[in-house]
Design a protein around this ligand. Structure first.
Ligand SMILES: [Zn+2]
Length: 268
């Protein structure tokens, strides 16, 4: 099995307390299967020692993504159904229960009310509740959740259903301060991307998220820079920005974020 071939992923630094650090970077939400050349993206992520949760938007592409990730210990394939695709692809959930039950990583799932009709919202909630019931089977899991304009309902769906061995990552979180506190109280993590940091509200959110609950993501290839999709190798740049917000070195920020990710790093 190919693990970390390059030594670049192991970098030494020094923490604010003078401890020697060993750190690397994490992309907890990337759509690897949607790049023009996914294999190239994977190879680059491996060479840079970046751990990636390879989320998917529909169960029908999970097998392909799992195949792409096979043999790479730093790539974690996740089975998902994007809320914006629920109405069209709900039928894909049929026959997929065992994949959801067995996969250690699940996403992208959630709710998106930004442009949804009442019946689409209903469909999304039915799908989310069904998937969450499959994820509550006593095994360790990590869920990457979308909650655009629907944070209250996502948290409501999670509250009664999610056991302690399921780690929640709220991706591109845009909730209120009250919703942030509620989610933190539930032990949720929050994955921040560089597009968020380009807006004032996104930077404020990144500053408000407790440092022990923050993770990094690209949401590539959807997030672009200069009209080009970003990819996992852009995480060090993002980590540097977060380090600036925290007022620490990039080594320190990477070390802390990786420590947060280790709490989500379940055995597959
Ligand atoms: Zn996404």
């Amino acid at each position: 099995m190919l693990v970390y071939m390059s030594e670049e992923w192991l970098r030494l630094g020094t923490s604010s307390k003078g401890e020697l650090l060993l750190y690397h970077f994490v992309d907890t939400h990337c759509h690897i299967d949607l790049y023009d050349d996914p294999k190239k993206i994977i190879e680059q992520a491996c060479q840079q020692g970046i751990e990636v949760i390879a989320v998917t938007n529909a169960p029908s592409v999970y097998a392909y993504t799992r195949g792409l990730c096979r043999g790479y210990a730093n790539l974690k394939p996740a089975i998902g159904l994007h809320p914006l695709l629920v109405t069209e692809r709900f039928r894909e959930l049929r026959g997929c229960k065992s994949d959801f039950v067995q996969s250690a990583f699940v996403g992208e799932i959630g709710l998106d009310y930004s442009n949804a009709t009442r019946s689409q919202k209903y469909d999304q909630r039915v799908a989310l509740d069904l998937i969450l019931s499959w994820c509550s089977n006593g095994t360790q899991k990590v869920l990457s959740l979308h909650s655009k304009r629907a944070v209250g309902d996502v948290l409501a769906a999670l509250s009664p259903n999610v056991p302690k061995d399921v780690k929640i990552i709220l991706h591109w979180f845009t909730g209120t301060t009250k919703e942030l506190s509620k989610a933190v109280g539930m032990g949720a993590f929050f994955s921040v991307n560089e597009q968020m940091l380009r807006t004032k509200s996104g930077r404020t959110m990144a500053m408000s998220i407790p440092q022990g609950n923050l993770l990094t993501e690209t949401d590539g290839p959807f997030v672009e820079r200069n009209n080009k999709p970003i990819s996992p190798v852009d995480v060090p740049r993002l980590t540097r920005e977060i380090a600036g917000i925290w007022g620490v070195s990039i080594e320190e920020a990477a070390y802390r974020i990786h420590g947060n990710f280790q709490q989500c790093n379940v055995v597959q």
